[in-house]
Design a protein around this ligand. Structure first.
Ligand SMILES: [Zn+2]
Length: 212
């Protein structure tokens, strides 16, 4: 895909994030790997008024090109691309239910088999660090080890994938799981699936792809 098409897809993904209830206003951000660097949504610009040329091109050393400043969270985007060769798209959202659990500092355990969609038997919550810092990026990368999604304490969530379509779909799935877990917590202690069952589910996901 050429860079202009990718810029258009980033804008569409950012708008879709709001339309699908993952974000309100200007929070959250979207990026995609391109060449040796990546493209990321700019800071402080409403998605509805964002044009493809507003998307910021960055190199791995943190240099930005173009008229806009990159999202304040560009560091974790850069570090995820550096550390995870299979990742080519990242969606970061302050979605309501994932953020609610993140504000409680809670991992999402294997209360439902679909938790495997994020690559393991849980979705970890990274410890809190100030937005935009290297510390937050370091925490996020650790929480994402062996996973395609994580929560960020007192902040939100991150979903990563090979394509923007898959990263957005995963973010929607994680938000749905967070809502289901939150609902279950209102009336009791959700029964968790044992590791042996999650190993079976994870193997099925690997073999057959992710059920949608
Ligand atoms: Zn954020």
């Amino acid at each position: 895909m050429d860079e202009l098409a990718l810029r258009e897809e980033i804008v569409a993904t950012a708008i879709a994030m709001n339309a699908r209830g993952l974000n309100r206003g200007k929070s959250g951000n979207v990026s995609a790997r391109v060449g040796a660097g990546f493209l990321v949504t700019p800071t402080g610009l409403a998605y509805e008024s964002m044009r493809p040329e507003d998307v910021v091109a960055m190199t791995q050393d943190g240099t930005a090109r173009g008229s806009r400043r990159p999202s304040s969270e560009w560091r974790f985007h850069r570090d995820i691309y550096a550390g995870r060769s299979e990742v080519a798209a990242i969606v970061h959202a302050h979605s309501p239910f994932a953020t609610t659990l993140a504000c409680l500092g809670r991992d999402i355990p294997a209360f439902h088999y679909m938790i495997a969609v994020a690559g393991g038997s849980d979705i970890r919550c990274a410890p809190y660090a100030t937005f935009g810092t290297q510390e937050l990026s370091d925490h996020a990368l650790r929480a994402l080890e062996g996973r395609k999604a994580c929560l960020l304490a007192n902040h939100g969530m991150i979903a990563v994938a090979a394509t923007l379509t898959d990263a957005l779909a995963l973010a929607v799935e994680v938000e749905a799981l967070a809502e289901q877990y939150w609902r279950a917590l209102q009336i009791g202690d959700p029964k968790l699936l044992p590791d042996t069952e999650m190993a079976i589910v994870l193997e099925k996901f690997r073999t057959y792809g992710q059920p949608r």
